[in-house]
Design a protein around this ligand. Structure first.
Ligand code: 15L
Length: 296
């Protein structure tokens, strides 16, 4: 069984992923914060803005899923240390420790200034919508460098919004359910031909504004589509800032700080249970109201 390191493991995305991948990989979870462990999981507390910590947590693993860092728009100092210095440290520590495979969850905010009327693929020029988006572009660029120069295998997923269900109109286009996330991450860890790839981390949403043919080429077959929740989501949608409404990145295009996204409605609609392509069975608990945290 492969050992994988998940940085930022205490965050929302990390928590979904650890649950989905439990039993499939030996998981080493790492975060700045302490974490309620899943059984048989190892936990290492670490501050990735320190190279010594990055070296310690990346030693002896087969692959890294690097979720750690700021997960929304925020002050430059925080983004600089967590997402620029921290991201560099994780790539460089992986190289020094001989870890070849990195799955890098970048973000829709690397290209958030594209208009919602445009369908974009993985080859478009970057259009970050925030300092956070710029930091994700930095991570993609670093991945490209480490692939070309040091032969690392880097799988970048421009993630939309990881959630069991869409929380608003924009998220109808960018929802990524936990089991689809797990399927994509598994491709990133296992696919034999990855050198450097960019895909979109979204479910098979009817309203998607991405041409995700690169993910499909690598075998991604999303199981979920936000559309079944569209009527309910649209019924409660209120008009927003016109700049946010026009662009894929939404409010990230219009403001200086983004509280991590709107909490789910108190009563969420029921999910249809189904098997996970990545794991054989879904470990996703029933959809329920959840609050959001700031870091992943
Ligand atoms: C992201 O990149 C964030 O990590 C996540 O918290 C959401 O804000 C998401 O984008 C989004 O666009 O909804």
């Amino acid at each position: 069984m492969k050992t994988i390191l998940i940085t930022g493991a205490a965050g929302d995305v990390g928590t979904h992923l650890r649950r989905e991948l439990a039993g499939k990989y030996r998981i080493r979870a790492s975060d700045l914060r302490s974490l309620k462990k899943i059984s048989s999981e190892a936990f290492m507390r670490a501050d990735i803005s320190r190279m010594a910590d990055a070296l310690r947590i990346t030693r002896g693993v087969d692959a890294i899923v690097h979720l750690g860092g700021y997960s929304v728009e925020g002050p430059w100092e925080g983004i600089l240390s967590a997402n620029i210095v921290g991201c560099y440290n994780v790539f460089e520590a992986a190289r020094r420790n001989g870890v070849k495979r990195i799955v890098f969850p970048t973000s829709n905010h690397a290209v958030g200034f594209y208009p919602r009327t445009q369908t974009i693929d993985h080859r478009v020029y970057i259009k970050p919508d925030s300092r956070y988006g710029v930091s994700k572009v930095f991570g993609e660029a670093l991945g490209s460098l480490y692939a070309d120069k040091y032969g690392m295998q880097v799988f970048c997923m421009r993630i939309g919004n990881v959630n069991a269900l869409p929380i608003d109109k924009r998220r109808l286009s960018i929802l990524l359910t936990p089991r689809d996330l797990a399927q994509l991450v598994t491709i990133g860890i296992e696919h034999p031909d990855i050198r450097f790839e960019i895909v979109y981390g979204v479910s098979g949403n009817k309203r998607s504004w991405y041409d995700n043919s690169n993910a499909a080429r690598l075998g991604y077959r999303p199981e979920d589509d936000s559309e079944e929740f569209a009527a309910e989501v649209l019924a409660r949608e209120k008009p927003g800032d016109p700049v946010a409404e026009m662009h894929q990145g939404g409010v990230f295009c219009a403001v200086e700080g983004v509280p991590n996204p709107a909490p789910l409605p108190r009563r969420a609609p029921k999910a249809k249970p189904a098997a996970s392509a990545a794991t054989g069975k879904s470990r996703t608990p029933p959809m329920r109201a959840r609050s959001r945290r700031r870091r992943s």
